[in-house]
Write a protein that binds this ligand. Structure first.
Ligand code: IPE
Ligand code: IPE
Ligand code: MG
Length: 261
């Protein structure tokens, strides 16, 4: 994104503009992953049923997808439904599935217009047939897109993903000596994608809840008290600015800056 584009997007004098001006476009996280949490609490604060929180969360999804694509994030992964979320009341689960279907139907043209490639990570075969159909259409129609990759983690579990990868290694007849981290990574849903650089969690919980366990090995974690339905572009920009101040050492040491030589 050019600086001019940025200024047309963020209204002059807005918080977004002030934050966007501070961004270092040379050091953007390549992959941002988000645990969208707090919909239920958002609804409870307003004495509304939990599902109203999920409904309100859709606006946050739109804003984050659009902002990420605009600023030039290569991969965005949103955690929408975990393998453990089936423990919730059936009505809540079916509202969530319905919202997802509607989101895809309404947003598909927008995803196409923005060259976004949509992909599901998780066990799609266990999802209701009508949801699977919508996901298939979304993935097929955006498959040729070359802009941002947008992964939705749906019926996703990090441990399940690792077990499935191990099973496929066995099924493929790989010998132990042929298996290394690179090869194993290629058996995961995120094959070919860079690992998340930045992991955001909303609503203050300090846990990863079975999300991308393999891939977040060296992700920088940013947790905000903001509840997901209230999360907007400015929060994403705050997270990225904080990320840009981090010293990523990957187990090594920071090289001291030698001044005056
Ligand atoms: C996140 O919000 C959405 C999903 C997990 C599907 P929650 O529904 O978990 O909201 P809280 O954590 O109960 O507030
Ligand atoms: C994580 O949130 C799953 C998603 C955001 C889809 P949860 O609300 O399910 O996580 P816990 O139960 O608080 O760990
Ligand atoms: Mg939650």
């Amino acid at each position: 994104m050019s600086f001019e584009d940025l200024l047309t997007w963020a209204p002059a004098g807005s918080r977004e503009e002030a934050l966007a001006r501070q961004l270092n476009f040379e050091r953007l996280p390549v992959h941002v992953a988000v645990i969208m949490d707090g919909n239920g609490r958002w609804a409870a604060q307003r004495h509304l049923p939990r599902v109203e929180g999920h409904r309100a969360g859709i606006d946050a999804v739109r804003d984050v997808v659009e902002t990420s694509a605009r600023i030039g994030i290569d991969v965005l992964t949103l955690y929408a439904f975990s393998v453990e979320n089936w423990k919730r009341p059936p009505t809540e689960v079916s509202v969530l599935m319905g919202l997802l279907k509607r989101y895809l139907r309404l947003e598909l043209e927008n995803l196409l217009a923005n060259d976004i490639k949509f992909q599901v990570i998780g066990r799609q075969d266990e999802l209701p047939a009508d949801v699977r159909h919508e996901l298939d259409v979304g993935q097929a129609r955006t498959s040729g897109n070359r802009g941002m990759r947008f992964n939705i983690a749906l019926n996703y579990g990090g441990r399940a993903e690792i077990v499935e990868a191990a099973r496929s290694a066995i099924e493929a007849g790989l010998r132990p000596s042929e298996l290394d981290e690179q090869r194993f990574g290629d058996l995961l849903y995120t094959a070919g994608q860079p690992d998340p650089d930045l992991l955001i969690r909303t609503s203050g919980e300090m846990r990863v809840s079975n999300f991308l366990l393999w891939q977040i090995a060296y992700a920088e974690i940013w947790v905000t008290e903001t509840l997901w339905p209230d999360f907007r572009a400015r929060h994403l920009l705050e997270a990225i600015l904080d990320y840009q101040k981090r010293d990523r050492r990957y187990g090594g040491i920071t090289q001291p800056v030698v001044v005056g030589r």
